[in-house]
Design a protein around this ligand. Structure first.
Ligand code: F6R
Length: 369
């Protein structure tokens, strides 16, 4: 049942190109328009939405953090993202103009369920993004967009995360389409780029041997830090979460711009720091800032592990280890940049003798608060 792989996690990592393609399937027509008939919330309601609130836990929360950038950029609707466990207890401001998006692989996470119940009680519409047919969260929501990752068995989420991202991009683009936001051409360009992503993820998977080797060489380390900016920041958080849960190492993700506000004090000789570098095309300010962050930490002794786009030569002098990912638009980069971090965490867990599919103290779905 593990399809020849030692662990479900390895199998699920390898299934990501298909999971991504399946989640896109049938949702974009030949003209490049989105056909999300499943989203049964009427266009008239979606046109009135004045705020989007995303609630989720763990890895699904990281998908939500990335979705915020896409939703705000493509639709200009303000978007908040909140941990489901925090949401309900602060008496959030919700009304019928708020669209709440609940993201959950299992569809059974209690905190996420309680958050959406609370939102519906306040009159907000809830759209679930979920991987499990007929589970509680989609049943209790106004509409659901299913991710088509197939069953995810390993406790650490991999393919579900990538498909959550795809679903979030689809929702963002759909909102833009329904509301006729000014992004016509940009939406079509993004749709074309999304169609290429499955192949690009496949290419990343084909180049992972050096990442595994690097992971094995770090098995005795205590700490790994992760830095990113913009959508690379939630990718850094996700890389750190994977490493905590699988390798039981101290791992933290930071927004690179926060370095000098504290975290840079942690840098010491030979400390591994993974840096997610955005494309040098497009938002080049972001790129240049992170290159100087890499220089700053390296000058203080960090061992830099740099994830950068193919052809980005500016990072080469400052990267002790360089992991290449295919060129994508900045907003879509998490789909390719997360994959090496999954492989990295999985290999470190194996090297440290940990149980990959069943990390200690964790359950696949958390049905208590
Ligand atoms: C991390 C992980 C968890 C889940 C979280 C939410 O690898 O698997 O952080 O993402 O428990 O679970 P769902 O998506 O089922 O609501």
């Amino acid at each position: 049942e593990k399809g020849g792989y030692d662990y479900f996690m390895l199998k699920e990592i390898a299934e990501q190109p298909k999971a991504v393609a399946d989640t896109l399937l049938g949702r974009i027509d030949a003209s490049g328009s989105l056909t999300l008939d499943e989203v049964r919330i009427p266009g008239s309601v979606l046109r009135e939405v004045d705020k989007v609130v995303i609630v989720a836990c763990g890895t699904a929360f990281h998908a939500g953090l990335i979705a915020k950038y896409a939703i705000e950029h493509w639709t200009r609707i303000p978007c908040e993202v909140e941990l489901a466990s925090e949401f309900r207890y602060r008496d959030p401001i919700l009304d019928p103009g708020t669209l709440v998006i609940a993201i959950s692989q299992s569809g059974e996470t209690m905190d996420t369920l309680m958050a959406l119940r609370h939102a519906r009680e306040q009159g907000s519409k809830v759209l679930a993004i979920c991987n499990t047919n007929g589970s509680t969260i989609p049943r209790e929501s106004d509409a659901v967009l299913y991710t088509h990752a197939g069953p995810e068995v390993a406790v650490a989420s991999t393919k579900a995360f990538l498909t959550q991202l795809v679903a979030c991009y689809l929702v963002a683009l759909y909102l833009g389409q329904v509301r006729g936001t000014k992004w016509g051409d940009e939406i079509h360009a993004v749709v074309r780029d999304l169609a290429k992503i499955a192949d690009q993820v496949e290419r990343v998977l084909e180049t992972m041997e050096p990442v595994r080797e690097l992971a094995r060489s770090l098995a005795d380390k205590d700490t790994v830090l992760f830095l990113g900016r913009h959508v690379g920041y939630p990718v850094a958080l996700e890389g750190a979460l994977k490493l905590k849960e699988l390798a039981y190492m101290h791992a933290e993700g930071f927004a690179a711009g926060e370095l000098k506000h504290g975290p840079i004090a942690l840098i010491e000789d030979d400390l591994p720091v993974v840096v997610v570098v955005p494309s040098p095309r497009g938002r080049s300010v972001l790129h240049d800032k992170i290159v100087s962050n890499i220089q700053e930490i390296r000058a203080r002794g960090a061992r830099t592990i740099v994830i950068a786009e193919e052809g980005d030569e500016t990072v080469v002098p400052y990267a002790d280890h360089l992991i290449r990912v295919p060129a994508t638009p900045t907003l879509l980069q998490p789909l390719v940049a997360t994959v090496p971090l999954q492989v990295f965490a999985c290999e470190l867990a194996t090297a440290r003798g940990n149980e990959v599919d069943q990390p200690r103290n964790l359950a696949k779905s958390v049905t208590v608060e």
